[in-house]
Design a protein around this ligand. Sequence first.
Ligand code: S3P
Length: 169
Amino acid sequence: MKNIVLTGFMGAGKTEAGRELSRILGWKIIDVDDEIVKAQNMTINEIFSKFGEPVFREMETEMIRKVSQNRKVIISTGGGAVLRQENLDILREHGVIICLRAGPETILRRTKDNNERPLLQVEDPLKRIKELLEFRKPFYEKADIMIDTDEKTPFHIAEEILERMGWKR
Ligand code: S3P
């Protein structure tokens, strides 16, 4: 059985949908960012400000390699993980890659009260979200399955994932 790998932009609902999947399947959820935070004993903001994004991306690939050794788990990745083909190759070896998609306004609504996302700590976050979404679109579309999450609850997103994978009884 393949792992379930959740990709998608910040605020696309990976964490919440992952928790629902974990509850439904009884599988453990591993959040790549949380694992990096634990391993470094620093927040994502601290890692970005102290070492910069390129170092974070190295840590991310290393952690993706590590967590991909698990079986029958849900792996929730950070929004930029898809930017490296190497990450996708590692994740796909034992997993199905699901990309959760949301529109810029939904993303803004879901992310605005959380200041733990260094890439969105700018004057005009909506503009930044639109730019990043535009640039990253072809990378997100490399997923095996794309799912829209606007207006959907985490439970419905989880159900849709299982349905699209052909795992729903
Ligand atoms: C990032 C997304 C974040 C985190 C980091 C960079 C990105 O994860 O990895 O702030 O480049 O989109 P979430 O998607 O879980 O917020």
